[in-house]
Design a protein around this ligand. Structure first.
Ligand code: HEC
Length: 80
């Protein structure tokens, strides 16, 4: 499977413990990803370099995997 096709799998493995599978769990002060107003580019930078209680993923995931996981995050956005 291509890295691009693995966004949901990567999210559930690396991100769901704080953010939850739907992005709204909010553990450890994590924000509700469904309400995030960050752009795709800002999210990629945030996941790559980390912020506050969220660790950087640049040594954990490849740039392509980070893009795939961010594209999955963007599907969790709530309408409106
Ligand atoms: C240890 C818990 C934890 C894990 C694991 C985690 N996050 Fe976070 N995440 C946070 C916290 C806490 C914040 C808020 C950081 C801040 O603004 O200070 C955050 C913020 C974010 C934001 C920015 C939301 C916004 O609008 O400001 C994105 C996007 C995000 N996380 C995506 C991810 C992705 C994708 C992964 C997996 C690769 C991940 N997170 C893993 C805790 C976590």
């Amino acid at each position: 499977m291509s890295a691009e096709g693995k966004g949901a799998e990567l999210f559930n493995a690396n991100c769901a413990l704080c953010h939850g599978r739907k992005g709204d769990l909010g553990m450890n002060g994590a924000k509700d990803l469904g309400l995030s107003s960050l752009t795709r580019v800002e999210m990629i930078a945030m996941v790559t370099n980390g912020k506050g209680a969220m660790m950087p993923y640049k040594n954990v995931l490849t740039p392509k995997q980070i893009e795939a996981v961010v594209d999955h995050v963007r599907t969790l956005r709530k309408a409106g």
